[in-house]
Design a protein around this ligand. Structure first.
Ligand code: AMP
Length: 113
């Protein structure tokens, strides 16, 4: 199913893009929950983590390494940051195109809500 992230990847919707390569796009969340809130999105339209398979192994690893680099770039790597992949509506997923939230720039509580 078509999602808002597919439209952002195709540049049919605006976004504040902070990183792009052949495989992933990263942009600032429109409703930030922390001073740094970036979404790292594979260009391949995988709906949820449940839909990822062995063939996505490299892509998922790449996603995490991009997140790590962005945390360094945003200067939250040393203080600490959180990566979140909400999976399905019970966990709060609202956009069904796999994405990883990078949150940082403030103290983050545990456990999350
Ligand atoms: P999730 O709830 O894990 O599916 O996360 C979806 C995220 O996408 C939410 O944090 C939204 O604020 C964010 N979002 C929705 N539409 C846009 C958009 N057009 N540009 C940037 N972020 C968006």
């Amino acid at each position: 199913m078509e999602t808002v992230f597919a439209k952002i990847i195709r540049r049919e919707l605006p976004a504040t893009i902070v990183y792009e390569d052949e495989h992933v796009l990263a942009f600032r969340d429109i409703a930030p929950q922390a001073p740094v809130h970036i979404l790292i999105v594979p260009k391949k339209p995988i709906a949820t983590l449940n839909d990822a398979s062995e063939e996505d192994c490299w892509l998922l690893g790449h996603l995490l390494l991009v997140a790590k680099r962005l945390a360094q770039q945003e200067q939250v790597a040393d203080d600490g940051y959180r990566l979140v992949i909400n999976t399905n509506s019970g966990a709060g997923q609202t956009v069904f195109h796999l994405h990883c939230h990078l949150l940082g720039g403030r103290p983050l509580q545990w456990p999350p809500g």
